[in-house]
Design a protein around this ligand. Structure first.
Ligand code: SF4
Ligand code: SF4
Length: 370
């Protein structure tokens, strides 16, 4: 494993241009030898949305990655995902991803059945339930979208692998690891168990602002990045859009494990210049936990209370789809608001996981501090 991140400037989702960039990334930082092997690509489909809204990895990037790995000699390239709500193939078809995968010689995998995968070195878990197709893969590739994230501040290649777990099982993990530090440790354990051999970041158009990762604003970033070192990739991408990655709890937890990096100073880049990929207008989400951890004693306690956000429901926007009710790990969302719309039944039991906010298709849930 190297500590190098390959960068390529790319301004539009034109298939030939994206394919050229993806091939260049694979030349600059080569993946493990895929000849005759099965590659499992894990794109991000948080829930099915049009590509231009930047909720999901762009289908053209997925198609180009399938083609590039096939051309490198992979026997099979499987792409799969399990959105929290909506069937896997239905979601892939709605986003245009399914067609791209099939047309470029890949297979779409419905993540439906799970298998138990050991994680003996895990800090908070020793076993994880992954989609069955994980066991068919010789090489796992995270194919992520660069986005802001209300819970973890930033989401990219590492967090994307959470989707190896099936549907609502993911929400249960928020209940089990309701402290943010524990959830960060859980995410790192999950990446340790998944052992990704490569990761590609779709940062041609990312998502920024307080609505991320489900309803933030698309922002033109104009680059693709890749590495065989998933932490190096996330660290560099987070930094390029303005985060201090030390304040992204799961990246900091991963750094402390010393598996991928001993220090961020070890990361090098190749290909496009870092300055050409840097964004000064990306609106980052500041992690309240990381910020309050930097404050002492009683100030820390008060800061935690004041910085903590809870969901507020807008009855006029609610479409009564019940997705938030189904996903809430604390079972505190009820459809008994104005006109049977969704509302928070018991604020005191909220885990602040923001799954409801992520999944709402109507932008009807806002996170507020008061
Ligand atoms: S708040 Fe959003 S997710 Fe919940 S029922 Fe209304 S529209 Fe659906
Ligand atoms: S109300 Fe929303 S933020 Fe609170 S526990 Fe339920 S899903 Fe998580």
């Amino acid at each position: 494993m190297t500590k190098t991140v390959a960068l390529q400037k790319c301004d539009e989702y034109d298939f030939e241009k994206v394919l050229t960039c993806v091939k260049k990334l694979l030349e600059l930082v080569p993946p493990p030898d895929v000849r005759g092997k099965t590659v499992l690509l894990k794109p991000n489909i948080l829930y099915p949305k049009a590509p231009e809204l930047a909720v999901c990895t762009h289908p053209v990037v997925v198609g180009a990655a399938v083609r590039a790995f096939k051309e490198l000699g992979a026997a099979r390239v499987i792409a799969g995902e399990s959105p929290a709500i909506a069937g896997s193939a239905t979601a892939a078809k709605a986003t245009g991803m399914y067609e791209q995968v099939i047309n470029n010689g890949g297979e779409w995998a419905d993540f439906k059945e799970h298998v138990s995968v050991p994680c003996p070195d895990g800090k908070v878990v020793k076993n994880l339930d992954f989609a069955r197709q994980f066991l068919e893969a010789d090489i796992v590739v995270s194919l992520s979208k660069l986005k802001s994230h209300q819970l973890m501040a930033y989401t990219g290649a590492m967090k994307n692998l959470f989707g190896l777990m099936i549907g609502l099982e993911k929400a249960g993990c928020h209940y089990r690891f309701s402290k943010k530090e524990d959830f960060a440790a859980f995410l790192t354990d999950l990446v340790v168990a998944a052992k990704p051999g490569y990761a590609i970041m779709d940062a041609i158009v990312g998502m920024d602002g307080p609505g991320g990762p489900g309803s933030g604003d698309p922002i033109q970033l104009g680059f693709l990045a890749a590495s065989d070192n998933i932490l190096a990739l996330d660290w560099k991408c987070a930094e390029l859009v303005g985060y201090n990655p030390h304040n992204v709890l799961n990246l900091e937890d991963a750094l402390r494990r010393g598996i991928w990096l001993n220090s961020p100073a070890e990361i090098t880049t190749s290909g496009a210049a870092e300055e050409a990929c840097r964004s000064t207008s990306f609106r980052i989400v500041r992690d309240s936990k990381a910020l309050s951890n930097q404050m002492p004693g009683v100030i820390n306690f008060l800061a935690k209370k004041l910085l903590m956000k809870t969901p507020h429901f807008n009855a006029r926007k609610c479409k009564k789809c019940r997705r938030c009710e189904q996903i809430c790990p604390a079972h505190i969302i009820k459809m008994n608001g104005t006109d049977s719309t969704a509302r928070l039944a018991d604020k005191s039991k909220c885990l602040h996981c923001f799954c409801c906010h992520e999944i709402c298709p109507a932008d009807a849930i806002v996170l507020k501090r008061f």
